[in-house]
Design a protein around this ligand. Structure first.
Ligand code: 13P
Ligand code: ZN
Length: 271
């Protein structure tokens, strides 16, 4: 059996949480990541027949029975994941009843997965239904994206359009746009269901006055989506109070999307 501390998926979680913390997206215990793993790969590091303990999910995950995830722990600080992954992360498998998670590694202080696990697992299910290669769901509180929530209309088309205008590459990076939810109580099945509904259409979902969700095939892709939104939101917040002299026009965005061959939300442009 190989040493789990050398597993690429543990390393990716350590590096990504550290990067997100340094960027100021994850103060205190803010943010969470779940990463769908390959059973064969996990089997190289862990005895898949050894369940440390079981943890109730609180919702139905029948559609993903047997799937294994590495997930950040609830109440855990991203800044501490790198130095103590075994306490701050857990590897869990969805049990045969679809209602319980089996802990295979981690949460060494008796902890459990993020309180946002409903939103994560429901988002995984939604993304897998439209993209079988999806692996990662990431949530965080990026500063400028959040600031923008207070001064910009929380309308999907308008929010996406404003961000597309802020950096030339935005429409190429997230051509599918951004789903937007109003403020809702976090940690609940209801916000999970609402997020998953948006995830059928978008890889990015803003939680009004809270933060953002991203989903993707790899850690880099998912991180890059949120990073690009946050950069665009930063440009917006640096310029929103100043007279706008120049902008990227809708015809130019169309030209970009067509040149790079991306499938974009035509109805989010005003052409
Ligand atoms: P957890 O500590 O339970 O992951 O919650 C953090 C968070 O960002 C809630 O939305
Ligand atoms: Zn949050």
């Amino acid at each position: 059996m190989k040493d789990i501390f050398t597993a690429p998926f543990v390393e990716e979680m350590r590096n990504t949480t550290a990067n997100m913390y340094r960027l100021g997206w994850d103060e205190r215990n803010g943010g969470n990541i779940s990463y769908l793993l390959d059973e064969k790969e996990v089997g190289e590091y862990l005895d898949l027949n050894h369940v440390i303990r079981t943890i109730p999910l609180g919702f139905d995950a029948t559609a993903i029975i047997g799937k294994i995830f590495i997930v950040t722990g609830t109440g855990k600080y991203f800044k501490n994941v790198d130095t103590d992954p075994e306490r701050n992360l857990g590897v869990v498998r969805i049990a045969a009843d679809g209602q319980t998670a089996e802990l295979l590694w981690g949460y060494s202080d008796g902890g459990k997965f993020t309180s946002e696990f409903p939103a994560h697992l429901m988002s995984h299910m939604a993304r897998l239904s439209v993209d079988p290669a999806n692996r990662v769901v990431m949530h965080c509180h990026p500063t400028y994206t959040l600031a923008m929530n207070y001064v910009h209309e929380l309308d999907e088309k308008k929010f996406t359009h404003t961000l597309w205008e802020m950096c030339t590459e935005c429409i190429v990076v997230f051509p599918d746009g951004i789903g937007v939810l109003p403020w809702m109580l976090c940690g609940t099945n209801s916000i999970g269901e609402a997020t998953a509904e948006k995830m059928k259409e978008f890889r990015l979902v803003v939680w009004g006055m809270h933060g953002i969700y991203g989903a993707g095939k790899t850690m880099d892709e998912t991180f890059g989506l949120i990073e690009t939104v946050e950069k665009a939101a930063q440009i917006y917040m640096l310029t929103a109070h100043l007279p706008r002299i120049n902008t990227i026009r809708d015809e130019q965005m169309k030209e970009l999307a067509e040149y790079f061959g991306v499938h974009y939300r035509k109805d989010f442009l005003n052409l």
